[in-house]
Design a protein around this ligand. Structure first.
Ligand SMILES: [Zn+2]
Length: 390
């Protein structure tokens, strides 16, 4: 998932502490009836037509246009983030019957699959978060603990997951996603995925044995990597590595998540820790190298297009991984400084709404060059390093 920047909202409010209740219209993806949603939160930004960027008490961040606001009223209550218990109750209210809640230090996991699976997933998420925070803190980033308990939903059935994913984000292509709006990760129990079961039907229990078996199947690797990838976004946006709805280049947002996702076949955790070569992405990157041309690097840095377009995304994600890998390994200090600059970007700040693609690209490239130096030298070393990487 990536930030969408909408121009026009840019007037910070002075009185930001009061809580407001918003009722607004919401159009589900793929059509369907417009529903009214009620959100209690704090207005971060507002515009002259009544549009707002709103942080909800359960960690959501909603960009609401003035036309969609049905009603709003303020009270004197201070903004108090929901407790883990409160988030658990909310999740159970929203989800169909049959869900239960498993709470850990940072996560509230609602699941209708086995308790063992929820426990396995939560220990993966906790160790991922710990590793990421340790990594970035060591690099000199000043992170904070998540302000909200982090919500995760695990569906037992892939079909249930896909139905909700289609309505919520408009696609069901992957096995999990992080929503910047709701701040939650949604996924399904991978022991039931077709890739892992190879078409086998029949009962499954999500037992510890099935999880171990699932992790021993090579086909599970990219699936677990996707879960780690989405969870990495959630950690990054909740600990201060980056801000939701800030104008961030997608090669960084996505390439960084791919950098951290590197999977580990055969490990009981399914994830090998930070900084390992992502074999799958390296293979894609190398396969595409003959097509690399003088626009490849500038278009990757200057525009989000190749990463957003479904036809080019798989290749562009491999390129973004390669660039992040190279910069982290070979330009560590500059990379951290660049990430810090990005971490300071505020929601909806950035280019004017009417800025052209070439103006945006020019600014992004200039920001990149300021940190990493002239492109030609860097590109040469990048290509040399990545083609020799073992
Ligand atoms: Zn992503």
């Amino acid at each position: 998932m990536a930030a969408t920047v909408v121009g026009g909202l840019g007037i910070p409010l002075i009185d930001v502490l009061a809580v407001e209740t918003f009722v607004f219209r919401e159009q589900p993806f793929g059509g369907g009836a417009v529903a009214a949603r009620t959100v209690v939160g704090q207005v971060l930004l507002s515009d002259s037509t009544g549009g707002v960027l709103l942080d909800s008490v359960d960690g959501g961040r909603y960009l609401i246009s003035g036309d969609d606001v049905v009603s709003r009223f303020a009270d004197d209550a201070p903004f108090t983030p929901v407790t883990a218990e409160g988030l658990g109750e909310r999740l159970l209210e929203e989800l169909p019957p049959g869900f239960r809640v498993h709470t850990t230090e940072h996560y509230v996991i609602a699941y209708d699959t086995s308790r063992e699976y929820a426990e396995w997933a939560s220990s993966l998420l906790e160790s991922l978060q710990e590793a990421l925070v340790r990594y970035w803190t060591r690099q000199g980033l000043e992170l904070h603990a998540p302000r909200f308990p982090l919500g995760v939903v695990i569906h037992r059935s892939a079909e249930d997951y896909q139905r909700i994913a289609r309505a919520e984000i408009g696609t069901a292509g992957a096995v999990g996603y992080y929503s910047m709006r709701t701040n939650r990760v949604r996924m399904f129990d991978l022991t039931g995925s077709d890739e892992v079961r190879g078409g086998a039907r029949g009962p499954r229990s999500g037992s510890r044995r099935e999880i171990t078996q699932m992790l021993s199947v090579p086909a599970a690797e990219p699936l677990v990597a996707t879960i780690v990838h989405e969870a990495t976004h959630q950690v990054a946006f909740n600990t201060g590595v980056m801000q939701r709805f800030a104008d961030l280049p997608l090669w960084l947002v996505e390439g960084m998540a791919v950098y951290f996702e590197a999977p580990n076949a055969g490990s009981s955790r399914g994830w090998r820790g930070i900084g390992k070569v992502n074999r799958q992405r390296l293979v894609s990157f190398r396969r595409n190298l003959p097509k690399w041309n003088r626009n490849s690097l500038t278009s990757l840095i200057g525009s989000d297009l190749r990463l957003r377009d479904a036809r080019t995304a798989a290749d562009a994600y491999a390129d973004a991984w390669a660039l992040n890998y190279f910069l982290i390994q070979r330009r560590e200090e500059q990379y951290v400084a660049y990430v810090k600059t990005m971490a300071d970007k505020k929601p909806l700040e950035g280019p004017e709404a009417n800025a052209s693609a070439s103006e945006i690209a020019r600014d992004r490239l200039a920001e990149f060059v300021t940190h990493f130096g002239p492109l030609p030298e860097l590109e040469q070393e990048f290509l040399r390093t990545m083609s020799r990487l073992k």
